[in-house]
Design a protein around this ligand. Structure first.
Ligand SMILES: [Zn+2]
Length: 272
């Protein structure tokens, strides 16, 4: 990171005026953040401040963006890069927010080489080197295993970083073959589960393409981590290495630490 940029970021953090009540409210509503330690929460907050300073968020179709909307989107966008750093999102600035789903024109080439043009409603979109587009209505529908912000920013990490059409390259120090084999095997298994008609862990949209599988499983990784770790342990482990986070492990660890602190406090009280 350049010296000038580092200096600018330090200054941004020093001068930032983040509404603490609003931050607590937005943070508290995102239940999948409750396992973060105080240190992680503080680092996430800093990332969010820098993200808001460096990116430009615009409402489309006359949609007015409140501070709460900006903060909610930034917080979810920054969770995947908590331990990767903001530089992963370098090279683009725009986030466009529609009030609801938006219509896009799509082109598809079939097996005979015929191009089909059609319109489709989208909850989100990510352009390589370009903007992220989100439907605020769909951001609000987020729940366990479904999170349109994390989905689109997982695409951003994939599209703007090293990798091929299917998957991003593994992170530094990871076993490249293990990463690829695990993702391929998990994708094949998921597609077979969808074909069998049995209920599946996440939206069956994930079977559309390996890149969608990566984005949808990233949603599950952050927002339904314990279930993903149970059902797809090898995939979970690889994603934990990729994102350098262990969402399924940190909540139990935090609860254990809090219980231990309470016990220690009680012991002190008993002696007093
Ligand atoms: Zn997608």
């Amino acid at each position: 990171m350049g010296f000038l940029r580092e200096w600018r970021r330090k200054r941004t953090l020093k001068n930032a005026r983040l509404d603490e009540d609003l931050w607590r409210r937005v943070y508290g509503r995102l239940s999948f953040l409750r396992g973060l330690s105080d240190d992680e929460a503080a680092r996430l907050r800093d990332l969010v401040v820098l993200f808001l300073a460096e990116k430009e968020m615009h409402g489309a179709h006359g949609f007015e963006l409140t501070d709460e909307i900006r903060l909610a989107i930034a917080t979810q966008a920054c969770l995947p890069i908590l331990n990767l750093g903001l530089s992963v999102y370098d090279g683009w600035v725009g986030i466009i927010v529609y009030p609801g789903q938006f219509r896009v024109v799509k082109e598809e080439v079939d097996e005979d080489g015929v191009v089909h043009v059609y319109e489709d409603d989208q909850a989100g979109e990510a352009w390589p080197g370009g903007p992220v587009v989100l439907s605020w209505e769909d951001v609000g529908l987020s729940g366990a295993g479904y999170n349109v912000v994390i989905h689109e920013f997982a695409h951003k990490i994939h599209l703007d970083g090293p990798g091929d059409d299917d998957f991003p390259d593994p992170g530094e120090g990871m076993d490249a073959k293990k990463w690829r084999d695990t993702l391929d095997a998990a994708y094949d298994r998921f597609c077979a589960e969808v074909d069998s008609g049995r209920p599946v862990l996440v939206d069956d949209y994930a079977a559309e393409h390996p890149s969608e599988f990566f984005a949808v499983m990233s949603e599950a990784f952050f927002t339904d981590s314990a279930v993903l770790a149970r059902d797809y342990p090898a995939l979970y482990e690889q994603l934990a290495e990729f994102y350098r986070q262990d969402p399924a492990g940190r909540l139990p660890a935090k609860v254990r630490a809090e219980r231990a602190a309470k016990r220690a406090a009680n012991r002190t009280k008993d002696r007093a």
